[in-house]
Design a binder for this molecule. Sequence first.
Ligand SMILES: C[S@@+](CC[C@H](N)C(=O)[O-])C[C@H]1O[C@@H](n2cnc3c(N)ncnc32)[C@H](O)[C@@H]1O
Length: 220
Amino acid sequence: MARRDASQVWRGDHPWAVVYDRISGGERLGRLVWRVGMGSDLGLLHRSAAAELGALPDGAAVLDIPCGGGVALRDLPAGRSVRYVAGDISPAMLERTRREAHRRRVDVELRECDVHDLAFDDGAFDLVLAFTSLHCFPQPRRAVQEIARVLAPGGRLAGSTMLTDMGLRHRLGWIGGRTIGVLGPGCTRADLVTWLEEAGMHDIVLRPSGGIVYVTATRG
Ligand SMILES: C[S@@+](CC[C@H](N)C(=O)[O-])C[C@H]1O[C@@H](n2cnc3c(N)ncnc32)[C@H](O)[C@@H]1O
């Protein structure tokens, strides 16, 4: 039987997308569920996003893809004048991000887009945030190439993903995600490093946290 395309499953706002948004959006609940379910520190996502966003000069451009319900948007320091573009394949997720931006009174450009084929110029962004991302995409290698393409030389990637070689403890969650159709083929740690390097990224730093690995890298 052919596997469903995970991106189309997300696009249709699968019940898991609603649950995921509730979990990751809730400060306390998110931290608890991530700790118990993934053995992972959700605070790392926010610390990584806050550090990268805080280091940007005024006038810089950020692409948050996939933005989901606007989880990383919460880490945008108040009063920063950066261009913040939030992209996702799911109209429902974009609507959640719109509401989050409204609550926080920040300006965000919402773009319905597919990470495999981004309608942005080469080098358009100084920072791409891609948290909890690659494992949800049908073609993670292609996604890495597109993310690198839209980064300006010296631009930064900060993101996170599940890996297929993250250990037995996390296999069950992986199998569950594949079964309901919200996970793509994924990649190993070695795949990820190879794909980043071949896309022209350097200074690659991987930091595992339970079933998730956090990554930062710089565009050459
Ligand atoms: C696990 S959520 C992560 C969202 C957010 N970054 C976070 O950390 O909460 C995965 C997101 O990927 C989006 N997505 C899946 N396939 C996509 C694609 N091909 N292009 C853009 N977004 C996609 C889904 O709609 C969903 O919002």
